[in-house]
Design a protein. Structure first.
Lengths: 236, 236
DNA sequence: AATCTCAACTTGTTATAACAAGTTGAGATT
DNA sequence: AATCTCAACTTGTTATAACAAGTTGAGATT
């Protein structure tokens, strides 16, 4: 009796899902039905369902039911030579669009100042874009751009992605230093990406350099970990 | 009143944690104290704490309390030229050790067979290693090695990591194709890595090639997303 | 001095109960 | 035929209650 009821129930359901007894998108039995099936209280059934939600196997929709999450991920290629995200996505036959959430002059945090080497003049342009794949919100890109570029290319930056804008204006992207990590959705990110609080997100944090190793953009692309992954190739 | 009580409570606590009112490792007030402070039932307090756990901000320990999770990540470098994980970790002043969990001849799943191009002779060696950083379990590495190498180098493979073993025996690693994604801990992974069910994990899935683009190892390194990240550099 | 016991604390599990708030489709109304 | 209403279903929130199971330190026992 050392394994809690809610765990044994969620493990049973997990096996059924993985065995395909409930297919992706399909509805699980309602809480009431599960209460009868397993002969437990609603609190225990809800705990079991919460376990499945935490494992990313199901999603709940109030008033409708609990549904098996369809699993398939879109990958971003990071291999050199550099490919722009929107092109890479487009090549896979997925329609890429974005929506401007923010574009303004700000005083960025300490770390960003030192990364962009603008400690003397603490100003940069902050842009937030909501990226959509086939119309569905998939990622948020938040980046700080050097003030002179933000000023000069503001119209273009609002219309298209950052990297193509810079390259079109004769500012080549020479190198990107990046870190990939995973975090949990906070309230804001959850809101934009339509995921519950704590949902796993994958964060791609980048510093972009132009010639002479001059840093020009620092940003983060935050995507839903259930829908995206990063692909890369390393050579000897 | 559209925001649930448990959310408003967890948001209040989150702000306090982020403002440093509770430092990393410090204990939050007990459930009873929080019940009195916010004038709500235990179920609501527990829901609020669950929100914080889901966001990776706190950890609970039965009989002891709720503690603020210390945040700092170790990064693995993926930049070419290829650096072995254990060396990269060692360079950062962290002691790297591992424990052999499994080493056996198996019949691998379909996908692995086709990746390793051994459809004709469906056999490979499966190894599972638990990687420790400064003695703490940090990642599980699970890999399938071509049968001839598994057979030939079995003693060495049990004693050290896979890539150095191959290189020492004149089998150079020429290329690695990798995908980085995030998943949720299942029961097994949670057990080894000492995290609760559903805890976010970061998965590095790799296919390794030697000369002539011959695949020799397919594997996955699964690490705790709260402790690790991947760093890389992309050049034009 | 060293060990043992146990009360008082902590979080974990489970049940019962009631109402709130989305969703849906049958049947009434227009 | 089109629209409206509402009962019956779904999951979400919150309270009260009781016991299980780790943890800890004061005080009793050795």
């Amino acid at each position: 009796m050392s394994v809690p009821l809610h765990i044994s129930i969620s493990e049973k359901l997990r096996c059924q899902i993985e065995a395909g007894e409930y297919s992706p998108g399909e509805k699980l039995p309602s809480e009431h039905q599960l209460m009868e099936t397993f002969n437990v209280s609603r609190i225990t059934v809800r705990q079991a369902i919460a376990n499945l939600v935490n494992q990313g196997l199901v999603q709940t929709r109030q008033g409708k039911g609990v549904f098996v999450t369809p699993q398939q991920k879109v990958s971003y290629s990071l291999s050199s030579p550099l490919v722009f995200l929107e092109k890479d996505i487009g090549r896979k036959g997925i329609q890429f669009t974005f929506e401007n959430l923010t574009f303004k002059k700000v005083s960025p945090p300490e770390e960003v100042l030192s990364i962009l080497q603008i400690d003397n003049n603490p100003v940069a342009y902050l842009q937030k874009k909501l990226l959509r794949m086939d119309g569905v919100a998939g990622a948020i890109d938040m980046s700080y751009v050097l003030p002179e570029f933000g000023q000069q290319f503001r119209t273009q930056l609002k219309r298209q992605m950052t990297f193509p804008t810079l390259e079109e204006n004769g500012i080549p992207i020479e190198q990107i230093d990046a870190v990939i990590e995973s975090t949990h959705a906070d309230y804001e990110a959850g809101d934009y990406l339509d995921v519950p609080l704590g949902h796993p997100l994958i964060v791609y944090r980048y510093t972009t350099y132009t010639t002479n190793h001059r840093p020009i953009v620092y940003g983060e692309t935050i995507s839903r970990a259930d829908r995206f992954c990063y692909a890369l190739t390393i050579k000897r």
